[in-house]
Design a protein around this ligand. Structure first.
Ligand SMILES: Nc1ncnc2c1ncn2[C@@H]1O[C@H](COP(=O)(O)OP(=O)(O)OP(=O)(O)O)[C@@H](O)[C@H]1O
Length: 297
């Protein structure tokens, strides 16, 4: 049976780290990668985690996404303390809450775009026809409806990253964690991938967490967390003028709120999770059809 995305309340953190420590035992010694980090990711957030090489960004991202467990402190995903979960339970919670995008795409090489994107739905128990339909829909949403049957080596770097983003989105996650998603792309292609992530946040209310060492990319998010030596140095809003101005095409309300109040269907309750609702509709540079509500995922 298909399991649906996790329901979240808009006022409660989607992911919360409380005084999280992660150290690695190396026999000869111990490396303290994170030394007491507290951080809340709220539904609809758009934040960057930035810091120098070795400061603990990737370690933090793996913890926030439930790919790893802290050695101290508490980590909550969708309100659940992951210490209480078995490995299969954590994998299931991750699948229903978080999407990941990595610098090096991590696509299966001998598998078509549509099959790569459908894969997370296998773990969710979705039937084959529904999997394909959802994968086609999501690839179309990221502008790759014409590349369904291409394998990764038949796609450009930017297209591969779009497939990876579609794979992250196909489960309708509340949070998308992107670790240097433009690191392997030229500046023009990187820009289009960033714009897509920004649209997903503003148009669909997906909380986007961008992990980067590039301060100019971090300046485009609404909130910036600076990490140094395994500790959060600052966690502050980005001044509005520093955020790239989106093009306003009309003053109509934004697309359907992702966190519709009291929703019984695919997702959380309450809140639009994006700036677009207050200011007008943002012009997507890629097709972003309306989310399907209430269908099995
Ligand atoms: N599996 C591991 N075993 C031992 N030490 C590790 C491991 N993973 C990370 N570290 C150490 O933890 C610290 C933080 O690493 P992390 O990869 O989180 O940093 P980062 O900020 O993502 O760096 P970069 O920007 O270079 O990717 C580093 O000192 C690193 O050497």
């Amino acid at each position: 049976m298909t399991r649906s995305a996790v329901h979240l309340n808009r006022d409660e953190p989607a992911v919360e780290a409380i005084d999280v420590v992660r150290s690695y035992d190396l026999g000869a010694g111990r490396v303290a990668a994170l030394r007491g980090v507290s951080l809340r990711i709220m539904p609809g957030d758009h934040l960057s985690i930035v810091g120098p090489s070795g400061s603990g960004k990737s370690t933090l991202m793996h913890l926030l996404g439930g790919l790893d467990r802290p050695t101290g402190g508490e980590l909550r995903i969708g309100g659940r303390d992951i210490r209480t979960l078995t490995a299969p339970e954590l994998a299931d919670l991750r699948n229903r809450t978080i999407g990941f995008v990595f610098q090096s795409f991590h696509l299966l090489p001998r598998t078509s775009a549509v099959e790569n994107v459908a894969l997370p739905l296998v773990y969710r128990g979705t039937g084959a026809r529904q999997r394909r339909a959802r994968a086609v829909e999501t690839l179309t949403r990221v502008g790759l409806g014409h590349r369904l049957d291409h394998r990764p080596n038949q796609l450009s770097g930017g297209e591969q990253q779009r497939v990876a983003i579609a794979r992250a989105l196909v489960t309708d996650p509340a949070v998308l964690l992107a670790d240097e998603p433009t690191g392997n792309l030229d500046s023009v292609t990187g820009e289009s991938v960033l714009a897509l992530l920004e649209e997903l946040n503003t148009e669909r209310g997906v909380a986007v967490v961008l992990v980067t060492h590039d301060r100019s990319l971090a300046a485009r998010t609404r909130r910036q967390v600076i990490i140094r030596d395994g500790l959060i140095a600052t966690d502050s809003p980005v001044p509005p003028r520093a955020v790239a101005a989106p093009e306003i095409v009309d003053a109509a309300p934004s697309a359907e709120p992702r966190f519709a109040s009291g929703s019984e269907s695919g997702h959380p309750s309450g809140g639009s999770g994006g700036a677009a609702g207050a200011t007008g509709r943002l012009r997507p540079s890629h097709p972003l059809p309306m989310p399907r509500r209430g269908g099995s995922r």
